[in-house]
Design a protein around this ligand. Structure first.
Ligand code: GTP
Ligand code: MG
Length: 315
C-alpha cells in the first residue's frame, strides 16, 4: 500500500518507482511477503528462506550474510517482541544504503561538467536525455556534447534526444577526437553562459584499454580548458547485469575519478538487489536510478523511498 505522505506528484513518483522494482521485489520476497509480515520471530528456516531470496535478487553472498546477521541481532536486542521481520529487514536495508543517497549538487561555477561513462548499452545516452530534462526542470541550462564519436549512430541518437529536450548539441563527424568535441562544447557553453555540459562517451572502443585511455584524455582536456572546473563523472551501470556491475565499476574507477553512479533498467530485471553490494563495496554516491525507457523514468536516488518501494506492492 502507498502511505498518505506520498500524495500529489510524490505519489506518482513513488508508484513509478514501486512498479519499476516489481521484478526485484518478487524475487526478494517471493510468495513470502505476507508470511514475513505475520512473523514476529526469526528462526533458522525463515533465515534460510530469506537468504535464498536475497541471493536470487543478486544481493550477493557477502552482503546477504551481513543482512542476515543484522536481522538476527535486531531480534536479539528486541526485548519487547514487537519487531516483525519485514520492518527489521527494511531498517537493515536502509542502513546498508546509508550515505549513498547523496543528490547531485550543482555548483555555482559555470560550466559544471557531467561526464557520463559506462560500458556499451547500459543506458548512457538515454540517461543523458532524462537527466537533461530533470536539470532543466530545476532551472538549469544544459548543453550536450556528442562525445561518443565511435559510431555515427551515436551522434544521431544524442542529436535526436537534444531536439526532444530542447538542448543544444555540440558534435563533430564520426571518428573525431572525443576530447576535442568536449573542448568545443566547453567553449560553446562558456560563450553562451550555459550552466551545465553533459558529455556522452563511447561505451565501446577497439578494446578496453583504448576506452580507458580515451576517458583519461577527456578528463585531461576538461582540466586543460579550466584547471578549476568541477566535474561529476557519472558511471552508468545496468542493474540487469547484476553483480557484474560491480566489476565494471571497479574498472572505470581505476581509469577515472568516478564521483557518482546511475543504476539503470531496474524495471527490466529481478537483479535490482545488486544495489546493496554496490553501495557497500564501492562507497560511491548513487545519484539516480532508471526505472523505465521514457524521459520521466530517471529519479534522484533516495534510500528510504527505494527500500520502501522494494518491500511494498504498488497500489
Ligand atoms: N527498461 C529500461 N530501459 C532502459 C533504461 N535506460 C536505458 N534503457 C534502454 O537501454 C537501451 C540502451 O540505451 P542507450 O542509452 O542507447 O545506452 P548507451 O549506454 O548509450 O549505449 P552505447 O551508446 O551503445 O554504449 C535503450 O533501448 C534504452 O531505451 C531504463 O531505465 N529502463
Ligand atoms: Mg550511447
Amino acid at each position: 500500500m502507498i502511505t498518505p505522505e506520498h500524495s500529489g506528484p510524490g505519489r506518482s513518483f513513488f508508484r513509478r518507482l514501486a512498479r519499476g522494482l516489481e521484478k526485484t521485489r518478487t524475487h526478494l520476497l517471493g510468495a513470502n511477503a505476507e508470511l514475513f509480515k505475520a512473523r514476529s520471530d526469526i528462526d533458522k528456516t525463515l533465515l534460510e528462506e530469506l537468504e535464498m531470496q536475497l541471493i536470487s535478487a543478486d544481493v550477493g553472498v557477502e552482503t546477504t550474510a551481513g543482512i542476515l546477521a543484522d536481522l538476527e541481532s535486531a531480534f536479539k536486542r528486541d526485548a519487547t517482541g514487537q519487531t516483525d521481520v519485514l520492518s527489521a529487514l527494511r531498517e537493515t536495508l536502509v542502513t546498508l544504503l546509508g550515505g549513498t543517497g547523496q543528490p547531485l549538487d550543482i555548483p555555482e561555477k559555470k560550466p559544471f561538467v557531467i561526464l557520463v561513462v559506462g560500458v556499451n548499452g547500459v543506458g548512457k545516452t538515454t540517461t543523458i536525455a532524462k537527466l537533461t530534462q530533470l536539470l532543466q526542470q530545476d532551472g538549469h541550462s544544459v548543453l550536450l556534447a556528442a562525445g561518443d564519436t565511435f559510431r555515427a549512430a551515436a551522434i544521431d541518437q544524442i542529436q535526436h534526444w537534444g531536439d526532444r529536450v530542447n538542448a543544444p548539441v555540440i558534435a563533430q563527424q564520426p571518428g573525431a577526437d572525443a576530447a576535442a568535441v568536449l573542448y568545443n562544447a566547453l567553449q560553446a557553453a562558456e560563450a553562451r553562459g550555459t550552466d551545465i555540459v553533459i558529455a556522452d562517451t563511447a561505451g565501446r572502443l577497439h578494446n578496453k584499454a583504448n576506452l580507458m585511455e580515451e576517458l583519461k584524455k577527456i578528463h585531461r582536456i576538461i582540466h586543460k580548458f579550466d584547471a578549476l572546473i568541477q566535474v561529476e563523472t557519472l558511471l552508468v551501470v545496468d542493474a540487469g547485469t547484476g553483480m557484474n556491475a560491480i566489476v565494471q565499476a571497479r574498472q572505470f574507477m581505476q581509469a577515472v575519478p568516478v564521483t557518482g553512479v546511475v543504476l539503470t533498467k531496474l524495471d527490466g530485471t529481478a537483479k535490482g538487489g545488486v544495489i546493496f553490494p554496490l553501495a557497500q563495496q564501492l562507497s560511491l554516491p548513487i545519484r539516480y536510478i532508471g526505472v523505465g525507457e521514457t524521459l520521466d523514468d530517471l529519479q534522484p536516488f533516495n534510500a528510504d523511498d527505494f527500500v520502501r518501494a522494494l518491500l511494498e506492492s504498488p497500489a
